[in-house]
Write a protein that binds this ligand. Structure first.
Ligand code: ARG
Length: 478
């Protein structure tokens, strides 16, 4: 369908800013242009924009809307454009509004008319939606891999500490003894679900908007299946109005980032707490601590504190994304441009935090002695003692009463549960006997909680092995 070369426009003049074309006499007002321009942030889409355009050009040639030669020139020209921007040989011009116009106008400068055919059957609206989905998909893949590395680190440390005792807490009060391996695998569980959320969101993002045009598709005989397959999408989007105007995939991924961040903030908080002199359960490796400019003795857990703090902005990103999209009439509105920055911020903040984890976790210096000492208070075995009485046939509510009385009695005597004199026991309750008090040892109590999902060393070992084989199946060494 291309006209012969002789008819082609040989002038290399670039299109006007934002595709204003002949419709406008002059440039946009300076302040208005500053508000309008997205180059500063959408330059992140450069590679995806080029990929999308190359697939679009190949499709246009396949359906004979452009010649094979045009397509070749476009594909090669786009590689050159991307290279120039990436190597910093050319700077993007904010006056050209966005990454899309910067790429296209440089392409036209380089190859002339074939470049002018690229935007056939396409709008920046389906273009930007496609670019953002491509970006979302590749970022989700990187995040899933980073999550897996973090799970490897947790799994290794859990395997080292299947039998290391420490207090488990509710209300941050010592509750029942557990094992460190179990505690670490709790985070592996959270990260495993986060992984699923990224994959799930990516699955829904994997439809190709190209061909939706500005909002109402195109009258030209394009092949949407071809572009979609070429770009690795699972299918073309089913509704042009929806495809150009929804950024739900950004919100979903940002939510997955925020929830992951919330999980990691809990780990951050525990590391802050555990590394205090008061707890003394852990020391962060030197590479993950900061000093004080004033107090020479300080070893500050800044990295753990930032893990705790970063979700603040991740949650803000989700709120920004939802707020920008709410109330928008179909179809495309420029408001949608405002969904880019919070989206990139969520992704980039998540990389920053996730990347620190494998070596942070690997470098944790646990203090099993301190943990064991803290778990050694026989009061932590009160529940296990009540359960022991249940095994002897005592109804649980009654067993709870009996142990409650024992705790009170011990408190009155000022001794630990374990040290209540044997001859006092029948007075407290006839069901109490010295042998039952054996379960007040933390290691016995924990070993007894071997139910599926429980903290007993044998059970933790099974779970750690299961996780290790899952991770090995994904190609990791554990
Ligand atoms: N930078 C724009 C965005 O992110 C690209 C689409 C512009 N479309 C338009 N009709 N002005 O939304």
């Amino acid at each position: 369908m291309s006209p012969p070369m002789s008819e082609q426009d040989k002038t290399k003049a670039a299109p006007k800013a934002g595709g204003r074309g002949a419709r406008f006499g002059g440039a946009m007002d300076e302040a208005a242009a500053a508000l309008n321009s997205s180059v500063e942030f959408d330059k992140r889409l450069l590679r995806d924009d080029v990929r999308g355009s190359q697939a679009h050009a190949r499709m246009l040639a396949a359906v004979r809307l452009i010649s094979e030669d045009d397509a070749k020139q476009i594909v090669a020209g786009l590689d050159q454009v991307a290279g120039e921007f990436e190597r910093g040989e050319r700077k993007m011009d904010p006056a050209l509004e966005d990454v899309h116009m910067n790429v296209e106008s440089r392409l036209i400068e380089l190859i002339g008319d074939p470049g002018r055919r690229l935007h056939t059957a396409r709008s920046r609206n389906d273009q930007v939606a496609t670019d953002m989905r491509l970006y979302a998909l590749s970022q989700a893949t990187v995040i899933v891999a980073a999550l897996d590395k973090a799970r490897v680190a947790l799994c290794r440390r859990a395997r080292e500490h299947t039998a290391t005792l420490l207090p488990g807490y509710t209300h941050l009060q010592r509750a029942q003894a557990v094992t460190l391996g179990h505690h670490l695998l709790a985070y592996a569980e959270m990260l495993g679900r986060d992984r699923g959320r990224f994959l799930d969101a990516a699955r829904r993002a994997a439809e190709c908007p190209l061909g939706s045009g500005a909002l109402a598709a195109t009258s030209l005989p394009i092949d949407r299946e071809k572009t979609s397959a070429d770009l690795g999408f699972t299918a073309p989007t089913r509704n042009s109005l929806d495809a150009v105007s929804d950024r739900d995939f950004c919100a979903e991924l940002a939510f997955a980032c925020a929830l992951l961040g919330v999980h990691l903030s809990r780990l951050g908080e525990e590391l802050v707490l555990w590394s205090t002199t008061e707890f003394g359960f852990v020391r962060l490796g030197e590479g993950h601590c900061s000093g004080s400019s004033l107090m020479p003795q300080k070893r500050n857990p800044d990295i753990a504190e930032l893990m705790r703090a970063k979700p603040g902005r991740l949650i803000g990103d989700v709120v920004a994304l939802l707020t920008v999209s709410k109330g928008l009439a179909l179809a495309y509105n420029k408001d949608l441009q405002e969904s880019q920055e919070p989206f990139y911020d969520a992704i980039e903040t998540t990389h920053l935090v996730l990347d620190v984890l494998p070596r942070l976790v690997a470098g944790l210096e646990f203090n099993p002695e301190r943990m064991k000492e803290a778990a050694g208070d026989p009061a932590l075995g009160a529940t296990d003692l009540a359960e022991h009485l249940v095994r002897d046939g005592v109804p649980f509510r009654k067993a709870h009463e009996i142990v409650g009385k024992l705790v009170r009695h011990a408190e009155q005597l000022g001794v630990s549960l374990r040290d209540v004199p044997e001859h006092d026991l029948p007075q407290i309750a006839p069901e109490l006997h010295e042998a039952a008090l054996q379960v007040l040892s933390a290691s016995r109590a924990v070993a007894g909680r071997a139910v599926f999902g429980g903290p007993a060393p044998a059970q933790v070992m099974r779970e750690a092995q299961r996780l290790a084989s899952e991770l090995k199946g994904l190609g990791y060494e554990v």
